[in-house]
Ligand binder design. Structure first.
Ligand SMILES: Cc1ncc(COP(=O)(O)O)c(C=O)c1O
Length: 415
C-alpha cells in the first residue's frame, strides 16, 4: 500500500518523534501558531553557525563571502517560492507583522492622504489591523471593513459595495487563521485594479499549504513568516512589485541600507538593501531558504491534497459533537479551505479544553487567536483551534476527537 504523506515526512521532524509523556505520543495540532522544524533546517542552521558564521555584504574574507552567498541564495529561493522572478522584490523582515508595518509606514505614509480609503476585512489578524489603524491616525485615511457571509467566507458583494474611486488599498488575509476560509485573491485583485487600488495579501496561513504565484494573483504586496513554514523564528519577508519598492522611502535607517552618508544627509542602497537596515538575521534567512526548499521537495500540491483529506475527516468527526460549533466554511462549501478547525462549545471554556487536552499530550490553541474583532462579531470571547499539517495523521484526528469528547463530558459534568 502506498504510504501517506504523513508517513513519508513525519520522521523528518525530531520533535514529533522525541516528545512523549508517559505512553502518550505528542499530537501537535497547533501548526497555525508555528510549524515544527525538520532536521534539515536545524542542520543547515547548525552548519552556518559552525562553519560559515560571518557578517554579510561587508567582508573581504572568504567566510563573509560564503555567508553572503548563502544568505542571498535564500532570497532567490524565497522569490521563486512565491512566483517572483526577481530576488530584489524580496525584503527580509523579522516576521509578517514587521512586513505589514513596513508597507504601512513606508508606502502608506508616502501614498495615503486624508480621506483616502483602505479596505480590510473583519476576519483579519491584529497584524493586519493595527498597522492600518496607526496609519489612519497619522494620515486621516478611512478604514472600511468587508464582512463575512453566514457560512464564514469573505462577503465579496460587501467588499464590492465598499470599493470607491478613493480606495487605495485592499489588505486581506489569504487563508484566515480562525475561519480557515481561502479568500478569492485573484478576484479581489481584479476589483482593486478597476479603481487603481493596490492589494496586500497576508499569506501567513496559506504559504505552507498551497502553491502561490504573486504574478498570477495580480497582487502588489505579500507577506509571510518563516516560522509557519517549517523555518526558524525571527525571519519573515515582504514581497512587493519592484516598481512600487523603488518609489517607497526607507523604513528603518542605519548601516547596510545606505549608499553614501554625509553629516547633512544620506543616499540609499539599491533594492532590496534599502529596506534592510543593520545586520540581518543571517542564519535565520538561510534556515528559511532551507525550509522552503524542503517544502518544495515534498511538493505543495501533494501537501494540499493530503491536508484536504485530513480536514474533511476532521470536519466529519467534529460535526457529530453535540453543542460544538465550527467557525468558517465546511470543506463541502469551500473545498479549498485551510486545514484547521476553530470551534466553540456551549457552556465550556476553550481554555479549559486546551488545558485538559494538554495533560493528554495534545496541543491545540485557545483564545482569540489575535482576531478579537472577529470573535466579537460572533459574540464569543474565545475559541479552540486545532490546526493540521502534512505530518498530521488520520489516527491523530481520531484520538484528538475521542479525547475532546471525553473532555467536554468531564467539563459539562463538573460545571
Ligand atoms: C493570518 C496571520 N497573519 C499574521 C500573523 C502574524 O504572524 P507573525 O506573528 O509571524 O508576524 C499570523 C500569526 O499567527 C497569522 O496567522
Amino acid at each position: 500500500m502506498n504510504k501517506t504523506l504523513a508517513e513519508i515526512t513525519r520522521t523528518d521532524f525530531p520533535l514529533l518523534q522525541n516528545y512523549s509523556r508517559g505512553d502518550q505520543n505528542l499530537i501537535y495540532f497547533d501548526h497555525a501558531a508555528t510549524s515544527q522544524k525538520p532536521f534539515k533546517v536545524i542542520k543547515d542552521l547548525e552548519t552556518y553557525y559552525s562553519y560559515w558564521n560571518a557578517n554579510v555584504h561587508r567582508g573581504a574574507h572568504q567566510l563573509s563571502a560564503k555567508a553572503t552567498q548563502d544568505f542571498e541564495k535564500s532570497r532567490i529561493i524565497t522569490a521563486n517560492f512565491v512566483g517572483s522572478n526577481s530576488p530584489e522584490e524580496i525584503i527580509f523582515t523579522r516576521n509578517a507583522t514587521e512586513a505589514i508595518n513596513l508597507v504601512s509606514r513606508s508606502w502608506g505614509d508616502k501614498e495615503i492622504k486624508e480621506g483616502d480609503e483602505i479596505i480590510l476585512t473583519i476576519m483579519e489578524h491584529h497584524s493586519n489591523l493595527v498597522p492600518w489603524q496607526l496609519l489612519s491616525e497619522r494620515t486621516g485615511c478611512i478604514l472600511k471593513y468587508a464582512g463575512i457571509t453566514e457560512s464564514g467566507e469573505l462577503d465579496i458583494d460587501d467588499l464590492k459595495n465598499k470599493l470607491t474611486n478613493r480606495t487605495k488599498l485592499i489588505s486581506l488575509v489569504h487563508i484566515s487563521n480562525v475561519l480557515g476560509c481561502c479568500n478569492p485573491i485573484a478576484e479581489v485583485s481584479k476589483l482593486a485594479k478597476a479603481v487603481n487600488a493596490n492589494v496586500l495579501v497576508d499569506a501567513c496561513q496559506s504559504l505552507a499549504h498551497q502553491s502561490i504565484n504573486v504574478r498570477k494573483l495580480g497582487i502588489d504586496f505579500l507577506v509571510g513568516s518563516s516560522h509557519k513554514l517549517c523555518g526558524p523564528t525571527g525571519i519573515g519577508f515582504l514581497w512587493a512589485k519592484e516598481e512600487i519598492l523603488e518609489e517607497m522611502p526607507p523604513f528603518l535607517g542605519g548601516g547596510e541600507m545606505i549608499q553614501d552618508v554625509f553629516l547633512e544627509k544620506s543616499t540609499w542602497a539599491d533594492l532590496p538593501h534599502k529596506f534592510e537596515a543593520g545586520t540581518p538575521a543571517i542564519g535565520e534567512a538561510i534556515g528559511m531558504g532551507s525550509a522552503l526548499k524542503y517544502l518544495e521537495k515534498i511538493g505543495m500540491d501533494n501537501i494540499q491534497a493530503w491536508e484536504k483529506i485530513l480536514i474533511n475527516h476532521m470536519f466529519n468527526k467534529l460535526s457529530n459533537i453535540r453543542d460544538l460549533t465550527i467557525l468558517g466554511p465546511t470543506p463541502t462549501i469551500q473545498p479549498k479551505r485551510g486545514a484547521l478547525a476553530t470551534f466553540h462549545i456551549k457552556g465550556v471554556h476553550a481554555n479549559d479544553i486546551a488545558e485538559i487536552l494538554d495533560a493528554k499530550n495534545i496541543c491545540i490553541r485557545s483564545g482569540h487567536h489575535c482576531c478579537q474583532p472577529l470573535h466579537r462579531y460572533y459574540g464569543i470571547a474565545s475559541s479552540a483551534r486545532a490546526s493540521l499539517s502534512f505530518t498530521s495523521t488520520m489516527e491523530e484526528i481520531d484520538t484528538f476527537v475521542e479525547e475532546l469528547i471525553e473532555t467536554i463530558d468531564f467539563l459539562k459534568s463538573n460545571s
